[in-house]
Design a protein around this ligand. Sequence first.
Ligand code: PAF
Length: 286
Amino acid sequence: MASSVTVLRTVREVREWRGDAGDVGLVPTMGALHGGHRRLVERAAADGVAIASIFVNPTQFAPNEDYRAYPRSEEADLALLADAGCAAAFIPGVEEMYRPGEDMRVVPGDIASRLEGAARPGHFAGVCTVVAKLFGMVRPARTYFSHKDFQQLRVVQTMVRDLALWIRVVPFEIVREPDGLAMSSRNAYLTPDERRRAVALSRGLFAARDEWARGTRDAATLRATVRGIASDAGTPEYVSIADPVTLRELEGRAERAVVSLACRVGRARLIDNVLLGMSLDELARL
Ligand code: PAF
């Protein structure tokens, strides 16, 4: 039988709960939780006391994006969190997170400027600001991020390092459906036909991973492989072979790479990646 989750809606409630909660690990989410979130929470609970935040953060959505339509499923989310061993869920309203009269925002640097940052101007300023606020509110010892949003993970790692936030960022593997599609809250937007097509995204990435295993190191060849296969899902917005540390695009021979893509499939804008020549442990140590 799953234990229940303590629901906290205000910063004051978090502080009271936090007072005697010991060594806390935070899993920040926007809700609509799936198996990927579950694994993050299970890992956080295995490491200590786990708290998840559920907050659809308006400042990381552009006006033309899906803030209003973003799936919300609090009851199911709480059941998943309880089952995964989460001790508490912090579910603030917008007015609790962003108080009237606030004057400060985090300004992310170069690492946030390309890929998702270029496609979604202002996105990472919103992500960094809300994540920094969550860190201040919860004061966790550790925080858990899937590398499915690879650039987000690197941006948060960089913010923690540069602002000396004293939190260990734990990178976590991408959790996939049996056919390879990366789990994402936005998969809920896919029609059955789009869902079938979307698997071409991970197939393209896996083909690049297989080529890498056979010895291919040329960035252009890897890029062409991914694009050729992933295009069965739709026209990718980008296919990138980038350095996993700087996220600068690679040309010529790659010694290590994050191969990533973004593609609109119907209403869903999906992102995915594979990490080549670098382990998650190495990424954690950056
Ligand atoms: O990855 C997400 O769900 C969000 O970007 C995050 C980290 C919870 C910040 O709103």
